[in-house]
Design a protein around this ligand. Structure first.
Ligand SMILES: Cc1cc2nc3c(=O)[nH]c(=O)nc-3n(C[C@H](O)[C@H](O)[C@H](O)COP(=O)(O)OP(=O)(O)OC[C@H]3O[C@@H](n4cnc5c(N)ncnc54)[C@H](O)[C@@H]3O)c2cc1C
Ligand code: SF4
Length: 351
């Protein structure tokens, strides 16, 4: 039977924005989120401040969540996952499990907004000793400390004075099969470097990069202020390994501008880990029979390549990081488009 409802899978920034837009356009929504909370990865990983506008991440995610939970046209189901789907555009029958109870949902269209997960820096071919040295941490580990305004060396609880970021960990790496750029990690490292210099004014912060990829507002809001106002040192170089030297960390690599080997000791090393499809994105794509690209993200673009929210199955759309690395601006823009396209596809069937 034809249904006017849109099923949205994932309650992160993309799913929340899609839900809000569908409701504003007069549609009805069932949003299912596998956690017990909305707000997606920024909430789960306790991000500190968000670019742009430097907003408190918890506050921004709470605001997005409220616009959904307070809307009568949107039903939210927590601890919920899809188990199977049948039917076609206009009349999908979806079996879900919410809080351990099986349910059946009729939906005219589906938006997949199941997001990303961070690259596991312990994976083979990485020589940065994340799992061996406590003072080697990731961007997300540092977000949590910045949020508490308590950045310490996990090994001894002392305030770090020399901090290095290593860029492109798990991205742009042919050996591990992730040739793509994760898009956000240059901007996030720059943002965190600024926050570090604010919270620990006598610290020295270095960012080791292959190229800095700062697009749009990241350039003026982060890249230039980080260097000019906050004196963050950007070094073009390839870091081959992180070793122990007494109670410090020794970074070894090549300064590619000077074409010479380089060694520096640090108190804290931050790995700028990239984005990979979340387990939920991989599972939902398979369950729904929608195409994934070679990295496991959901293939989007449609037949002509100009429809960034279309999947290979009519009536099923994708938004945000489920289709590839994206920042909040990209995710939210796609979410609005997915909302409009899902309602349009339902109306086409009903006409
Ligand atoms: C360290 C770090 C800091 C960042 N800071 C910024 C920043 O300051 N500014 C910025 O613009 N961008 C930032 N980003 C990028 C930002 O996190 C993403 O753009 C954004 O989270 C993408 O939103 P999303 O909703 O697509 O995915 P997610 O945030 O990953 O949300 C996906 C949601 O889907 C749910 N889900 C997954 N599988 C299922 C399933 N099977 N069933 C039901 N639900 C499911 C998840 O639980 C989650 O709630 C940062 C990224 C990193 C790595
Ligand atoms: S955004 Fe920067 S750190 Fe991230 S993969 Fe691209 S170039 Fe590397």
């Amino acid at each position: 039977m034809t249904s006017g409802k849109v099923l949205i899978i994932g309650g992160g920034p993309s799913g929340l924005e899609s839900a809000r837009c569908v409701a504003e356009l007069g549609g009805e929504v069932v949003l299912i989120e596998k956690r017990e909370r909305l707000g997606g990865t920024p909430d789960r990983e306790s991000y500190a401040k968000l670019t742009h506008h430097w907003r408190d991440a918890s506050e921004a995610m709470a605001e997005m969540a409220e616009s959904v939970t307070g809307n009568k046209k949107i039903e939210v189901k927590y601890s919920a996952e899809v188990k199977s789907i049948s039917g076609e555009a206009g009349s999908f029958q979806v079996q879900i499990e919410a809080g351990g109870i099986a349910e059946s949902i009729e939906a005219g269209a589906v938006i997949v907004a199941t997001g990303f997960q961070h690259f596991d820096p312990g994976r083979a071919t990485q020589y940065y000793n994340y799992y061996s040295f406590p003072d080697v941490i990731t961007l997300t580990d540092l977000e949590k400390m910045l949020k508490e305004n308590k950045v310490v060396r996990p090994s001894n609880g002392e305030t770090p004075k020399k901090i290095a970021f290593i860029q492109c960990v798990g991205s742009r790496d042919r050996q591990i099969g992730n040739e793509y750029c994760s898009k956000v990690c240059c901007g996030i490292a720059g943002k965190q470097a600024i926050e570090l210099r604010e919270q620990i004014p006598d610290s020295k912060v270095m960012i080791f990069y292959i190229d800095m990829r700062m697009y749009g507002y990241w350039e003026n809001e982060i890249y230039w202020p980080a260097q000019e106002k906050y004196k963050v040192n950007f070094v073009k170089g390839v870091i081959s390994e992180v070793l122990k030297k007494g109670d410090k960390l020794l970074i070894r690599g090549e300064d590619t501008t000077m074409s010479r080997p380089m060694e520096v000791t640090m108190d804290l090393v931050v790995l700028s880990v990239g984005m990979e499809p979340s387990a939920g994105t991989r599972a939902v794509a398979q369950l729904m029979g929608i195409q994934q690209n070679k990295y496991g993200f959901i293939e989007s673009g449609g037949a002509g390549g100009l429809d960034p929210v279309a999947t290979s199955r009519p009536g099923i759309f994708v938004a945000g990081a489920a289709s590839g690395p994206s920042d909040l601006d990209d995710s939210i823009a796609q979410a609005g488009l997915a909302a409009a396209r899902s309602l349009a596809s339902i109306r086409k069937v009903m006409a």
